[in-house]
Design a binder for this molecule. Structure first.
Ligand SMILES: *[C@@H]1O[C@H](CO)[C@@H](O)[C@H](O)[C@H]1NC(C)=O
Ligand SMILES: *[C@@H]1O[C@H](CO)[C@@H](O)[C@H](O)[C@H]1NC(C)=O
Ligand SMILES: *[C@@H]1O[C@H](CO)[C@@H](O)[C@H](O)[C@H]1NC(C)=O
Ligand SMILES: *[C@@H]1O[C@H](CO)[C@@H](O)[C@H](O)[C@H]1NC(C)=O
Ligand SMILES: *[C@@H]1O[C@H](CO)[C@@H](O)[C@H](O)[C@H]1NC(C)=O
Ligand SMILES: *[C@@H]1O[C@H](CO)[C@@H](O)[C@H](O)[C@H]1NC(C)=O
Ligand SMILES: *[C@@H]1O[C@H](CO)[C@@H](O)[C@H](O)[C@H]1NC(C)=O
Length: 752
């Protein structure tokens, strides 16, 4: 028998809930207007606070919202709401693409992003759905909101905007949790992972395999610190799994879970066939704190992106460029030097971007397209109606080009050297600016001419040389090209290719760097740095899009995978096998041909769906592939949500000092099935590690993996019915002939 759950402790908790003084709910909107004390802080949206065309119940009116791209309905309380139990609202609309955020304007804290789809996928137009967000179990991440100086609620649209009605918005003081068994899934060779909420008795769970009862011999229960509203219990079974039907029933939980255990796939692990994994593949852009770095095991942190091109380190200012009305502002994240200080102290290396255009921001307040100079513009900033977006109403760039000195101060290699020499905290790597090839778009105000091959090379050489003079030993990464299209040509267009013997841009760039370094006798370019964004359109985020998202990781390595996007049908490059991206082997070959010894860095890439479970599963697959195929450095764009699916993928590989592997081990599978699964093996301190990601939405996979030793393993997993939480335990493998990974789950196992 295994020990019963301690029901007493639950009973004690119920008692404390009962004596806790009930305060009143706090209305935000009920009828006709925002409640007393709430202000309209919305932007770029048509909002009617007294819409009578649709409303919920007998209220007579609702809020109608029509938000543009990334615009929001946003309301702020004069005061704070530090500790309510949850938020209730009624909403109607054709499953609007909105994300909900609770914010504190006092200290800029905000909740995890809560996509509406994580609360309900069945919101329809014409009928209101009543939804509840439990602040102790935020939809999507299961994290806690926690107590803070919360004062703002924002419902932000995605890139295609959002149209909906919302009514009866209330902060509720109390939520009653119904005890429930949420899931029961087979794991490894003889465990069932059971998740629950509330006080459920799991001692009466029974397990049947092909109709035959299997005894539960032990159980271990955990509450993840970051998702305390859910509990996982690992039931250890008396016998191991085999193909067939598994039924898990909870009598008191009144629930039955059935799973079909599939036919086994055969494979073997060969530890002797091994290559080192560069730890710098587990990097991110702009980690949020030291604890974030330790929690996710971040190895390298990049200071980069569009907004650092105009970074003036002497004043601490930058300019947002085309991302936000060409406005100057105080640099985010503090000065780069201080940022490198705390990031380094937390255990992460640094990749610092060095601006390499001719101008940087001169102050924190100026902007390039004031209304008084350019009255006729397409859009003005919602909070500053004087700052335009630099486009005529017809979408063409504004002329005449603004005088850069209105907003900027000159920048050059000597200023860069002065800055870099004076740094208290030195970077390991520097990138020469960011996506320079599209500067005439992102920074059209200060660099209106399209950037060509020659100018980009010259800037990389000039600023790279300055960086190495200022910081001996620093590693230079360039040219941080934004995308597949610009790997091969420039903003000038194919006439620029033609002017360079029709050699595509990056191969040309590598050869020029080799020639340059031959002439100086020392290496300037250490890393070829690219940005990689998957090109297929997965924005629908339906079952078809999710399957595409999870299989498009093949573009990183598979020479037979024709990209399922424009890149697969429009081979604008002059490379071999031009419609199969096969990113890593392709660039390793281009480096071998044009500049052997150069490392490969991917300083921006992303999951395409950071709040969706499939975004996390994709990230697991990508981190596995970066190790397997030998990428040298990679940093996720932007900052993965620490408790969201992408953050969990980093935690799975690296969390809290438990590292996947320092070297790969060969994986041979009879049925590789890369569309629906990824299997990665490696060794760390002589111990075998496995990461298996099951990309099937509702079927488990099972393996017979020769050379996987039986014995004790540390296990981590997330996904599937068990959801987005840091599930981990120690388990024993009795056999290696039937190892199960549940549907939509990533599993990490490391020999103890
Ligand atoms: C609230 O703000 C939005 C967006 O700026 C605006 O369109 C709307 O008219 C405002 N409503 C009220 C009642 O102030
Ligand atoms: C049950 O599991 C716990 C935790 O894994 C372990 O400490 C204990 O020895 C196990 N008991 C038996 C009888 O296997
Ligand atoms: C599993 O269940 C299915 C459908 O209920 C049934 O057709 C199948 O024969 C069962 N398999 C085994 C091995 O019992
Ligand atoms: C058990 O669940 C079923 C279906 O979900 C429900 O109809 C039934 O009322 C429940 N029984 C108890 C005792 O809760
Ligand atoms: C867009 O409008 C501007 C200003 O009116 C004009 O100069 C320009 O020719 C227009 N561009 C196009 C493509 O029509
Ligand atoms: C860079 O600008 C500074 C300040 O304007 C100037 O003193 C210096 O000579 C310039 N350096 C180069 C290389 O142009
Ligand atoms: C650079 O030097 C290497 C090694 O000496 C040589 O193989 C290569 O051809 C040279 N490349 C260029 C572009 O000068």
């Amino acid at each position: 028998m295994f020990p019963k759950l301690n029901l007493l402790s639950f009973a004690a908790c119920v008692a404390c809930a009962a004596i806790h003084a009930v305060k009143a709910d706090l209305a935000i909107y009920t009828d006709g207007a925002l409640a007393q004390g709430w202000e309209n802080w919305s932007w770029s949206s048509d909002i009617n606070f007294a819409a009578t065309d649709e409303y919920s119940g007998s209220s007579g009116s609702s809020i109608s919202v029509n938000s543009g791209a990334y615009a929001a309905l946003s309301v702020k309380l004069e005061g704070t709401f530090p500790s309510y139990a949850g938020l209730r609202f009624d909403i109607a609309g054709a499953q609007p693409d909105i994300s909900i955020l609770i914010q504190s304007t006092g200290d800029n804290d905000q909740s995890a992003t809560i996509p509406l789809s994580a609360i309900s996928k069945t919101v329809v137009d014409g009928t209101f759905s009543s939804l509840l967000i439990d602040f102790n179990n935020l939809p999507g991440t299961g994290s806690q909101l926690g107590t803070d100086t919360w004062d703002r609620l924002t419902l932000q649209a995605g890139g295609n905007g959002a149209i909906y009605h919302i009514d009866n918005i209330v902060l509720v003081d109390e939520i009653v949790i119904t005890p429930e068994v949420l899931s029961a899934e087979p794991l490894a060779d003889h465990y069932v992972a059971v998740t629950t909420q509330g006080a459920v008795d799991i001692s009466d769970i029974s397990v049947l395999l092909n109709g035959k009862a299997i005894k539960v011999v032990n159980s271990t229960t955990y509450n993840p610190v970051d998702t305390p509203s859910k509990t996982i219990t690992y039931l250890q079974l008396a016998s191991t799994f085999s193909q067939g039907n598994l039924t898990v029933s909870s009598v008191s939980g009144n629930a039955t879970f059935t799973t079909v255990l599939p036919a086994v796939q055969y494979g073997s692990i060969v530890q002797q066939v091994s290559t080192p994994i560069n730890p710098h593949i587990y990097g991110v852009n702009f980690p949020t704190s030291a604890s974030y770095i330790q929690h996710l095991g971040v190895t390298i942190s990049r200071w980069g992106g569009n907004a650092v091109t105009a970074y003036n380190p002497f004043g601490g200012f930058t300019n947002a460029g085309n991302d936000w009305y060409f406005e100057n502002r105080v640099i985010d994240n503090g000065q780069a030097d201080d940022w490198m200080g705390w990031v380094g102290a937390a255990g992460s290396d640094n990749l610092l971007t060095v601006p390499a255009l001719d101008w940087v921001s001169k102050d924190s307040t100026s902007y390039s397209y004031p209304k008084e100079i350019y009255p006729d513009q397409q859009k003005f900033e919602p909070y500053n109606n004087d700052a335009g977006n630099g486009l005529f109403p017809n979408g063409s760039y504004i002329t005449p080009v603004p005088d850069p000195t209105n907003v900027y101060t000159p920048w050059n290699t000597s200023l860069a050297k002065t800055w870099l020499k004076g740094l208290k905290n030195k970077p390991l790597m520097v990138a020469i600016d960011n996506e320079l090839e599209i500067a005439s778009n992102t920074h059209q105000d200060m660099h209106p001419q399209p950037m060509g091959y020659d100018e980009e090379l010259a800037r990389v050489i000039a600023f790279g040389t300055a960086a190495k003079e200022a910081l001996p030993g620093v590693l230079v990464a360039a040219p941080s090209t934004c995308s597949w299209w610009y790997y091969w040509t420039s903003q000038i267009g194919y006439s620029d290719n033609a002017a360079h013997y029709n050699i595509d841009f990056l191969p040309w760039f590598l050869a020029q760097m080799q020639a340059h370094d031959n002439s100086t006798g020392k290496r300037l370019l250490d890393y070829l740095d690219i940005h990689y964004y998957f090109q297929p359109d997965t924005s629908a985020n339906d079952a078809t899009a999710k399957a595409l998202r999870l299989r498009m990781t093949r573009s990183l390595w598979d020479t037979s995978y024709v990209d399922e996007s424009w890149a697969g049908s429009n081979p604008q490059n002059h490379q071999w096998n031009p419609t199969a991206i096969s990113l890593i082997p392709r660039f390793k070959t281009l480096i071998q041909i044009n500049y052997p010894g150069t490392k490969l860095s991917i300083s921006e890439w992303s999951s395409t769906a950071d709040t969706d479970l499939t975004g996390g599963l994709l990230t697991v697959d990508v981190l596995g592939l970066y190790g397997k195929y030998g990428v040298d450095s990679a940093t996720y764009w932007a900052t993965p949500d620490e408790l969201g699916p992408v953050g969990l993928a980093y935690w799975l590989f690296r969390g809290y000092g438990t590292y996947f592997a320092s070297a790969t081990a060969q994986v041979n599978l009879a049925t590789p099935l890369p569309d629906t699964q990824g299997v990665y093996a490696g060794t760390q301190n002589g111990k075998l590690s496995l990461v298996i990601v099951n990309k099937n939405p509702d079927t488990p996979i099972s393996f017979y993996l020769a050379n996987v030793p039986t014995g004790t393993y540390f296990a981590r997993h997330f996904g599937g019915q068990a959801g987005v939480a840091k599930w981990q335990t120690t388990l024993s493998l009795k056999i290696n002939t039937y190892l199960v990974v549940p549907a939509y789950t990533a599993l990490f196992l490391q020999q103890k």
